[in-house]
Design a protein around this ligand. Structure first.
Ligand code: CTP
Length: 406
């Protein structure tokens, strides 16, 4: 969804400016073009050269530079973008934006733009809590300025509290939803589980399974691309984090359960993770030793919570659409149909995971989509294509859903 988009990034003077370099990297990785405007105080924290290297473009900073005005005036600079992002947005630049002051290139661009503005505030906690800042924010929000963060935590100045600029991934997700307001799942939120879970036996050993996470990660990317604010809760995999998705890394099924509960409420839940059904009832605190000729230990197992079934039974917090997967090695459709009923989910994507199918760890999948409309057999295709088709079905479902709601 970032592909081909043009972001005008204003880097103001805050210690968090270094995080904006990572934001540029993520935006570029997602296919966006970034044009950077660096304020005079921003240049105290990051160099124009770093921004230029990462954006692979000229960095603008001077309102009165003749060359800049020749090549691209500030009006055009602000209009060419799909979205204007201020990161970090200091108390100073927010105050100027509220007051309509345009005394440098960054503020002139902000005043001239006809595009949405997304600000990622970053400042000291006292400045953040000052009534002047609070009033400025309220006024800007009422004019349609979008905000992401700030977060609470330790500050560079040694104090603790709200004011830390949001992390680059969070800003990226906010950029995606700002860009996606008009997209099929714009304004919707999604939760996807992916990968295996690891259940500890002792501090060095664990029970796991062969899930690669490819299918779940691909679904999270597609839903984010369709505009949904997407959280991906994933067990350990070798995959990189998908761009534009909020990622929560977990190891055990119980951690996945908690992370999913924390992500509610959401409109869509897709449980693609291969959750371990059992965990070791009492994982050893120290490494289990062979201890001479002692007999091998017997592991007593306890059942893990069923995340999909819990989401489907979450009462008022139940996602509007709950999609499960069924990993089967025989009677694929029959087992999946009864799994759908047992777990109370709306749709089940059934797949054959027998050792000859090549599904676990492989790139392709042959699936059947089971819903109250019956069973659809999809031809064998790449996992990314399965994700794209499923995403399209979800988007179509919500289009219908929205049009049914008065
Ligand atoms: N699932 C879950 N939590 C669990 C077990 C499974 O959320 N503790 C979800 C999976 O993510 C998947 C669906 O339930 O969406 C079905 O998983 P599957 O492994 O096929 O079935 P199981 O519930 O484990 O049942 P069985 O082992 O009997 O096939």
């Amino acid at each position: 969804m970032l592909q081909g988009k043009r972001i005008l990034l204003i880097v103001a003077g805050g210690i968090a400016a270094y995080k904006s370099l990572e934001l540029v990297r993520l935006l570029r990785r997602g296919g966006a073009t970034v044009c950077a405007v660096l304020t005079e105080s921003g240049a105290q924290f990051v160099t124009p050269l770093s921004l230029q290297a990462l954006t692979e473009d000229k960095v603008y900073s001077d309102l009165f530079s003749l060359t800049d005005e020749c090549e691209m005036g500030h009006i055009q600079l602000s209009r060419d973008a799909d979205l204007v992002v201020i990161a970090p947005a200091t108390a100073n630049i927010l105050a100027k934006l509220r007051a309509g002051i345009a005394d440098d290139l960054a503020t002139a661009v902000l005043l001239a733009t006809d595009k949405s503005v997304l600000a990622a505030p970053g400042m000291n906690v006292r400045m953040w809590e000052h009534s002047a800042t609070i009033e400025n924010l309220a006024a800007l929000a009422s004019r349609g300025v979008l905000f992401v963060g700030p977060n609470a935590g330790d500050m560079a100045c040694g104090e603790h509290g709200a004011g830390r600029m949001a992390e680059p991934q969070e800003i990226l997700a906010a950029i995606q939803s700002a860009l996606n307001a008009e997209t099929p799942l714009g304004g919707r939120s999604a939760l996807v589980t992916s990968g295996p879970t690891w259940e500890a036996i002792d501090p060095v050993r664990y029970i796991a399974n062969r899930s690669s996470g490819k299918q779940g990660h691909a679904i999270a990317s597609v839903l984010a691309g369709l505009g949904a604010r997407t959280t991906l809760v994933t067990g350990p995999t070798r995959l990189g984090d998908p761009v534009g998705v909020h990622i929560v890394h977990i190891e055990s099924a119980r951690e996945m359960f908690d992370a999913c509960a924390d992500a509610l409420p959401v409109d869509i839940a897709v449980c693609a993770a291969a959750v371990s059904d059992w965990r070791v009832a009492k994982a050893a605190g120290q490494k289990l030793k062979k201890d001479g000729n002692a007999t091998p230990p017997v592991l007593k197992l306890s059942e893990n919570p069923d995340i999909l079934a819990a989401l489907a039974a979450a009462g008022s917090r139940r996602p509007k659409l709950v999609v499960g997967f069924a990993a089967e090695t025989e009677y694929v459709v029959e087992h999946a149909v009864s799994k759908r009923q047992r777990k109370g989910c709306d749709w089940v994507v059934a797949n054959n995971v027998s050792s000859t199918s090549g599904t676990f760890g492989g790139d392709d999948n042959t699936v059947h989509l089971i819903s109250d409309m019956g069973t659809e057999d999809w031809p064998r295709m790449g996992k990314e294509e399965v994700a794209a088709r499923l995403g399209a079905r979800i988007a179509a479902h919500f289009e219908k859903y929205t049009s049914c709601i008065p």
